[in-house]
Design a protein around this ligand. Structure first.
Ligand code: AP5
Length: 215
C-alpha cells in the first residue's frame, strides 16, 4: 500500500488532521518534527545536530532527515504505508522518498500566512499522548488536563514564538512550497482550504481520500 503526505505551512493543522486521518485509515503517523524533538529530548547526537536549525526556524539538512525516514519506513508498522507529516520539505527529500515509497496523494492544507502566527502562538500539547490543543480554537475541556488521556500538565514548543514562526514561514515559501508544483506535475497534489474549523477541514480531506479511492 502507498503512503499519504500531509503538506502545508507550519501551523496549518497537519498534526491535528493527522489524528483524524489516522482514525479513518489506520495508517501510522510519521512526523519528522516529532522524531527530531524526541531525539533532542533524549540528548542524542542527532538531536543536538538538529537543535540549532530547529530553533532558528531553518530546515535540518536533507542527509539527516532522509536517513531518519529511511530507517523509520523499514519498521514493521510501516509496511502498509504511513501518514507522512512534515516530510518531504525539499525537492531532494521528495526525490529520495520516491525511491523508497509509493505516494498515494499529497494532501495540502492551505492556510494564509496571517492566520499562522495566531495558530502557532496559541498551541499547546499533551506530553504523554501528543494530542494538540489551542488556547482559543481548540482548548482542553479542563485546564491543563488532556481530554484524550487525562494526563495533567500541558507543554508548549520552544520554537512556537513569533520570531521563529516568521523564519519558519520564510523557509516554507522558499524551500518547501515549490513541492506543490513538483507533485502537481506528477498528478499527486490535492489542496483543501485549511482556513476553516478543524472538523470542516477534516471532512474535506477525508472526502478527497474517499473520492480518490473510489469509495
Ligand atoms: P514540525 O514539527 O514539522 O513543525 P511545522 O511544519 O512547522 O508544523 P507544526 O507542527 O508547527 O504545525 P502543524 O501543521 O502540525 O499544525 P498543528 O496541527 O499543530 O517541524 C519543526 C522543525 O523541525 C522545523 O522547523 C525544522 O527545523 C525541523 N524539520 C521537521 N521536519 C523536517 C524536514 N522534513 N526537513 C527538514 N527539517 C525538518 O496546529 C497548529 C495549531 O493550530 C494547534 O494549536 C491547533 O490546535 C490549531 N489548529 C489546527 N487546525 C486548526 C483549524 N482548522 N482552525 C483553528 N485552529 C487550528
Amino acid at each position: 500500500m502507498a503512503s499519504i503526505v500531509l503538506f502545508g505551512p507550519p501551523g496549518a493543522g497537519k498534526g491535528t488532521q493527522a489524528a483524524i486521518i489516522m482514525a479513518e485509515t489506520g495508517l501510522p503517523q510519521v512526523s519528522t518534527g516529532d522524531m527530531l524533538r524526541a531525539a533532542l529530548g533524549q540528548g542524542s547526537s542527532l538531536g543536538l545536530e538538529a537543535k540549532s536549525f530547529m530553533e532558528a526556524g531553518k530546515l535540518v539538512p536533507d542527509s539527516i532527515i532522509i536517513g531518519l525516514i529511511k530507517n523509520r519506513l523499514q519498521e514493521n508498522d510501516a509496511s502498509n504505508g504511513v501518514l507522512l507529516d512534515g516530510f518531504p520539505r525539499t525537492v531532494a527529500q521528495a526525490e529520495a522518498l520516491m525511491e523508497i515509497e509509493e505516494v498515494e496523494v499529497v494532501l495540502s492544507i492551505e492556510v494564509p500566512d496571517e492566520r499562522i502566527i495566531e495558530r502557532i502562538c496559541g498551541r499547546y500539547s499533551c506530553p504523554q499522548c501528543g494530542a494538540v490543543y489551542h488556547d482559543s480554537f481548540n482548548p482542553t475541556t479542563s485546564e491543563d488536563t488532556c481530554d484524550n488521556c487525562s494526563h495533567h500538565g500541558m507543554k508548549r514548543r520552544a520554537d512556537d514564538n513569533e520570531e521563529t514562526v516568521t523564519s519558519r514561514l520564510e523557509t516554507y515559501h522558499s524551500q518547501t512550497r515549490p513541492l506543490a508544483d513538483w507533485y502537481s506535475q506528477r498528478g499527486l497534489f490535492q489542496a483543501v482550504d485549511g482556513d476553516r474549523n478543524i472538523e470542516s477541514v477534516g471532512e474535506s480531506l477525508l472526502k478527497v481520500l474517499s473520492e480518490l479511492r473510489g469509495e
